[in-house]
Design a protein around this ligand. Structure first.
Ligand SMILES: Nc1ncnc2c1ncn2[C@@H]1O[C@H](COP(=O)(O)OP(=O)(O)O)[C@@H](O)[C@H]1O
Ligand SMILES: [Mg+2]
Length: 272
């Protein structure tokens, strides 16, 4: 099982859209997926579960107040995203995450998420774990960086977002300073609109700075699509809402590229 943390301290860049759509694309390929919702706003929890559930939540588990397996809620049953699709389970966000983050800041702990992920991996229940991060460089995001195998930073092509990349790198470097080692950081251009010449320029800058994956760190871009907000409004991922649309296709391409080059291990596309 590999764990991808979708992170960027900026809000509205596509973290949640990327996390839930990659999760759905992987389930479609036959993988069982766990979605860990680290954002107290609970957007990915709401998408998969309709509403935030009562009972044990992620903050309880992270704080050592319960077993992760008891907090897991079924988001999609096996077969729900097409024949042979895997299940999507959710470790739901709870309001307690905000308080928990404060306690992390006091203790300085960087391994709360890493320990959870290690325990999930040991259970051998999932082929992929995706972590949807809050829009801040707080202790929760640092924990996600420390505990993941791969960091995917969705970026939109505005100068603000480009400055965000620099700060993200600083966050990763801070974790590296504390732990000695950090996962690879890949950049995912999101909501790319080819009608604007600025878009091409920003993509150029990004590619010049980081290079194309797999040698470099920029993943194939996800185009802008109304399916992003429309699917979310129906509590569906784009893979479910518009399976032959370009948003679903672009995220499948991202997933397949990662899988082809060994950044993820998933059932082969032919098996789906
Ligand atoms: N490829 C896309 N095309 C158009 N809109 C998008 C795309 N990806 C995300 N969005 C929209 O951008 C907004 C922010 O996306 P979201 O995934 O919630 O970002 P974050 O989790 O980083 O705050 C949402 O309204 C979402 O529907
Ligand atoms: Mg979000």
């Amino acid at each position: 099982m590999k764990t991808i943390a979708f992170t960027n301290q900026k809000g509205g860049v596509g973290k949640t859209t990327s996390a839930v759509t990659v999760a759905a694309a992987a389930a479609e390929r036959g993988a069982d997926v766990l979605v860990v919702d680290l954002d107290a706003q609970g957007s990915s929890t709401e998408l998969f579960l309709g509403r935030a559930p009562e009972g044990l939540g992620l903050s309880d588990v992270l704080a050592g107040g319960g077993r992760w397996a008891d907090a897991v809620v079924t988001g999609r049953e096996p077969g729900a995203i097409g024949e042979g699709s895997g299940r999507i389970d959710v470790l739901p966000a709870t309001e307690g995450l905000t308080l928990f983050e404060e306690s992390l800041a006091e203790s300085g702990d960087l391994w709360a998420v890493g320990k959870l992920v290690a325990s999930v991996r040991k259970s051998d229940r999932y082929g992929l774990c995706v972590v949807d991060c809050p829009p801040a460089i707080g202790r929760l995001s640092l924990n996600a960086v420390a505990g993941a195998d791969l960091i995917v930073a969705p970026v939109t092509l505005s100068s603000l977002s480009m400055r965000g990349i620099v700060r993200l790198r600083q966050m990763v470097d801070a974790v590296e300073g504390a732990l000695g080692e950090v996962p690879r950081v890949l950049y995912l251009p999101c909501a790319v609109d080819a009608r604007y010449s600025e878009t091409a320029e920003f993509l150029d800058v990004l590619h010049q700075a980081f290079g194309y994956y797999p040698e470099g760190d920029v993943l194939p871009a996800v185009r802008t699509s109304s399916a992003a907000s429309r699917s979310y409004a129906r509590a569906l991922t784009a893979v479910e809402y518009r399976p032959d649309g370009r948003l679903a296709d672009d995220y499948r391409a991202v997933l397949d590229t990662l899988s082809e080059h060994g950044s993820l291990a998933l059932p082969s596309p032919a098996a789906a």
